[in-house]
Design a protein around this ligand. Sequence first.
Ligand code: NOJ
Ligand code: CA
Length: 669
Amino acid sequence: MKLPVFITLTLASVLPLCAKQAPAELTSPDGRNRITFSLDRQGRPSYEVVRDRSALISRSALGFTANGGLDLAGKYRLDSISFDSRDEYWTQPWGENKHMREHYNEMAVNLSNASTRLTVRFRAFDDGIGFRYEYSTAAADSIFVTDELTEFNFATDGTSWSIPANADTYELLYRGQPLSAIDNANTPMTFKTDSGIYGSIHEAALYDFPEMTLTHTSGPRFKATLTPWPDGIMARTGSSFRTSWRTIQTGDKAVDLINSGLILNLNPPCRLESTDWIEPMKYIGIWWGMHTGIQSWVMGDRHGATTENAKKYIDFAAANGIRGVLFEGWNEGWQNWGGSQVFDYVRAFDDFDIREVTDYAREHGVTVIGHHETGANMPFYESTMDEAYSWYHDLGINNVKTGYAGGVPGGHSHHGQYGVRHYQKVLELAASKHMTINAHEPIKDTGIRRTWPNMMSREGARGMEWNAWSEGNPPSHHVTLPFTRLLVGPMDYTPGTFDILLENTKTHPDFKAWNGNPSIPSRVNTTLAKQLADWVILYSPVQMASDLIEHYDGHPAFQFFRDFDADCDWSRAIDGEPGEFVVIVRRADDTFFLGAATDESARTVAVGLDFLEPYRAYKAVIYADAPDADWKTNPTAYTITEKVVTASDSFDIRMAAGGGQAITFKKIK
Ligand code: NOJ
Ligand code: CA
């Protein structure tokens, strides 16, 4: 059903203004989010945001600075303002929710000064706001942007969850701290204001421009900061440029942010002619052995990706209904990792017969996931990737995990304009060959999967690997990610390590500490039941069971992964608070999967089952922490129980400290 759209206008639909710079307003369809645009006497643009009657963002500057006498921030006069609105339904080939509603009101403020024209385009949704800059100049062929002036001046202080700004990595621990105590932050930067508004600042549809981070100015106030080129210029553009959307998600509850479609709705529709070749899947891989130090990426006695091991993984995948198998360390060049960072993407190591492996996989109904570690040598990768992707394609390898561990040559950074362009080139090349990408050490997600749905997943936060060779990810990490990193797109966290204390690998005769400090007591900082829950909570359309396959032997809990479907149709975050706990349910066809997880504190959360289809009976298979489980002292104790339930039932979900619970609900025919 299409609902009527109302625009609250304080001005006529297209209005020229000059002398008295009356503020222009835009409200969301539900009337709760209101943006006000103004120009001051010096022609400097600014905006404010109010939610209900509470000021969220008080007057905050808009604009940029540039070289060459171009004024991108002041002496503007208002030429006109135009309004628009949209209320449409759209579908995505895969995603947390296949059916989406795009419902917003828009205000385009058209400005000009002696050197430039600027449209500031605002969109107000019920679940947040976005605005972007559209600049053009007749005074120059190119624009060298030197700074972004956009401010996010919170009207009140509040709590926040973020990682520090960094031009090269997002693999950092989250900090929960007052807004006013943040030095700088990467986005998404999630907050709860003292007036009770939940929200998150990020950007949507980032193309050919550096990423935006936030720098503290004073009190709870921030200014946008761009990641520069090596010479200090922030962005190099032609005579016109359009930024990504600067976004502020809003909600009454923390889980409203997870259930929001704002980021995807601010991205343009799909550009691919067909998408039937894009396949969400579960996967396993030759991977964890290298991180835990019992196997190597390079060829030698401890080499992981041998033809023989590959076949074992393929057999396991085929026997357990798992579609994908990843092999890392399959190609020549791993000897150069941490050195020249030059890899050969068309030559397998001698003990990995790639044709034999891909043929064997095909015969067993399994697909091989390719791997390109680039060591962040983007220039070299670009020089060889045409051939590399064609070669994979000819072998029938159509899903590629990429990796960018290391520094980018030439002083470039992962998150600058050079990096943003690079990741996009790879994605478009892959799309042209009907291949998908799962990028590690990526540029952050800004929802471009709507336009390029072959962009399946990314890392872009501390994933499972950190548990192998560092102090690991604390129990609060997995219940912070859904309210921060995961707000903006899927994450290839790779949950599913059952050897929680790494006992089997640390005592393995081939064990060699290879990264981090061997005296750090590495382990997985959760219970085993929470590992199952993370498969549901940490959404990825390509979802990995990350442990060595032998570690699933004798574990009835692995049945949860066998039953799990990475290709869900619908999702809902039911309850949670950032850094404390979360409960998320997803539906794939007729089956529901629920994941609940907690931080260091044990807790019980009451959950109504009203998401189930009414008047139908379901068999619930409940994978819970055992009564004496505890992430520190007894992490692997779990119970599996079954119950027949209907939508009118409710569950008390009991979780041990650092624990969780996973439930499969299968419809009884
Ligand atoms: C870092 C990635 O996150 C990890 O998954 C991969 O195994 C290593 N780089 C090596 O490519
Ligand atoms: Ca990584």
